[in-house]
Every structure is written in C-alpha cells, then in structure tokens.
Write a protein that binds this ligand. Sequence first.
Ligand code: SAM
Length: 230
Amino acid sequence: LYVAAPLGAGARVELDAAQSNYLGNVMRLKEGDQLLLFDGMSGEWLAAIAEAGKKRMTLLVDEPTRPQEAVPDLWLAFAPVKKGRVDWLVEKAVELGVARLLPVVSQRTIVDKLNLDRMRAHIIEAAEQCGRTALADIDEAMKLDSFLKVRDPARTLYFADETGGEAASKAFKPGPALVLVGPEGGFTPGEAAAIRSAPNALPVSLGPRILRAETAALAAVAAWMAAVGD
Ligand code: SAM
C-alpha cells in the first residue's frame, strides 16, 4: 500500500478514510493484521494495523522488507492519446520501470491536456500492483517545441519513428535515455525533422508495422529495458 508519510521503524501512520475503508471493508483486514507499505522513497516496510476504526485506521510500522528500488534512468515522452488509452499507457510504463513521464503536445495531438491527479492515481495503483517502491514522476503537458528547447541533450532522445530509423534493439545504448512517441496522427514532417535534428536525438524503428501510439510507447520501453535496462 502506498502511504504519503515518511516510513521508519516504530512510525505510526494514520490512513485516510478511503484507504481505511479499502483495508477494513474490501480487504477485511483487522487489528493485528500485517501489510506492506511504501512511501516512494524509503523502500518497502512491514506494518501492522494498530487501530481499525470505521473511518480511520492507524498502522504501526515495524521493519524494512525491501530496499528502495534502483530506477532505470528511462523517461518516456508521449502524446496524450485518448483517455482510456493514455491510462493504459501510463500503467504499462510504470510496470515496465519508467522513471518519468512527459506528456508532449504536437500539432496532431487530439488530447492536449491531462488530468494529472488522475494520472498520479494510476501511477500509484500500478506501482502497488507491480510492487515498485518508487513512483514514476509525471510532468505537466508541454508543447513539442518547448520540450525540444528545454531537454538536456546529455539524455539521449530515442525518437520512435515509423518512417525509418535504426532498429531499436541496435540503437539503444546504456545511459540516461528518453523515448519520444508521437500521437495517433503522427508528427508532421516539420516536427519529425525538428526532432531528428535535435542534439543527441536518434530515430529508432520498432518494426515494419504502424503501431498505435500506446503500443509504440510500450514496445519502445520494453525494448530499451531488455537491451540496456538496469
Ligand atoms: N504515421 C502513423 C500512421 O501512418 O498511422 C501515425 C502515427 S503512429 C499511429 C503513432 C506513433 O507511434 C508514431 O508517431 C511513432 O512515434 C510510433 N510508431 C508507430 N509505429 C512505429 C514503428 N513501426 N516504429 C517506430 N515508431 C512507431
């Protein structure tokens, strides 16, 4: 369970009504039962339910069970695609170990704003489900030209380019990386040229077929993790 409270041996954690209800009524946990907690920074801890009230639950943190994960240094810049699909994309990126999500708006992006609170809730749920102890960060949506201006060129930009590029399996090299995937309608030729001419930017191919944006994001992240993920 994710708690937004610093964890340490002997710490007492007050759960909010939603989490208390989930543990008490859905999971049917009661006083004395144990569970695993993480706060996104200090690894995973064993805790026990000290008080189980109707609306509030208090946990007593016991001992560390797993150290904080080493997060592979991969960021994913993606076009906010349609609601259900972007939720799926975010969830898969968290499961695959992505450190940071950067929504990028381009000319053909259909959805140009994201409900970050909803995205953060998906990130927490996905981390709880897959056992991550670090939460992926997610930025405010940014326009492509600003994104290209502010990015750090020391972080290799792998541009998922369906019009051609080196095979992803060969292109990925160890080191800080950022995968950029376009929207449903793709980047315009001008945008693609601007991306390709950015410093330390490499077009990578994910095969001969045209993948949906969320499929391409998942495929690129999985390929990077397999090739150079640590
Ligand atoms: N130009 C595409 C078309 O003709 O339908 C539209 C873009 S595609 C649906 C969405 C995004 O997924 C692309 O902008 C690209 O970033 C990525 N993508 C799709 N297939 C790819 C492939 N085979 N190799 C690399 N990237 C791909």
